[in-house]
Design a protein around this ligand. Sequence first.
Ligand code: GLA
Length: 385
Amino acid sequence: MYMKTIPAKLKSFIRDNSIIARSPGRINLIGEHTDYNEGFVLPAAIDKAAYFVLTPRNDNAIKLFAVDLEKGFETTTDNVQKIKNAWPNYILGVVAQFQKRGINVSGFDAALMADVPIGAGLSSSAAVECATAIALDKLCNTSLDRFTLVKMAQKAEHEFAGVQCGIMDQFASAFGKSGYAIRLDCRSLEYEYEPLDMAGIKIVLFDSNVKHSLASTEYNTRRQQCEEGVALISRHYPEIKSLRDVTLSMLNEHVKEKKPLVYQRCKYVIEENQRLLAACEDLQKNDLHAFGKKMYRSHNGLSKEYEVSCTELDFLVDCVKNSPDVFGARMMGGGFGGCTINLVKEEAVESLSKKITEDYYKHTKKELKTYIAQTDDGSSLINAK
Ligand code: GLA
């Protein structure tokens, strides 16, 4: 049982029989838009999380309350459906997954709070889904294994939030470990913890404060374009089922001329997978200069080839690109807003953040937020006592 302190504002919702779950947000060091292509990712759970206090009821009502938003939502267990308001979907979507498995979910009250910034690309939605999943697992006494819970949380995102996301966010939220990043093979789901002992270096997130409404439609479009690339190749190589097995020469031969845009998208994904594997070797050798260079290349690919960046994120990466205090930087997550992730010399964090905040405001008229990401453990139940 995790012994973290429960946010003060949640305490009044806790009863003797309450189940309290915590699940963190995530960063991703490298390997973006590779998860749904059966590639590799390198995320870590962070010290910002969603907290979910669930109290069983004797009837079939589901009464949800979002403490930060001061908003409630009510339904019943026989009427769990996708709704228009966004936040209840992350909870209801998980309830629906339990019900789809024939599990009887009784009524409950739930209070939700998160200190993961919403819409910043730190996977606040996956944090809520995973917290809900482990709380419901306890409520229903199902003892489902963690992979199953992760997949149910991912399905909730597909079916209730409408984003055809890969598995990275929910996986990182559930499997995170303090002091480590996780190298996950999204095809086999085999994973390894990579120690992140970067003495004197901080992982700094610059939050652009931008969230473009395009994000989810463009995300789903990118996924389709990758599938289109695979379909063109598998006509010639029927054994190929994902971009994981596609080589650049196959792409050049069978996609480049027919579908230049699909080619561009697929090329980025293939190269990003190769970059990630090489970057893990850099990490093992503690060569952060080499690692950082790959982050910049990853950003360039995301911006110019995969086209999921935006002017604000590009500006933030350009600002640090020539700084001797920054090893590497890139946009992080789905894109079209959210944060950049930067590896920064500890002694320079404050002055750099001040300068970028000023420059960003001058350039965009938007406020920049800076977070220092600390790695942390993944989802767990919390003991209130
Ligand atoms: C979002 C999705 C993830 C992943 C990233 C891009 O965060 O939820 O599954 O695809 O975008 O790497």
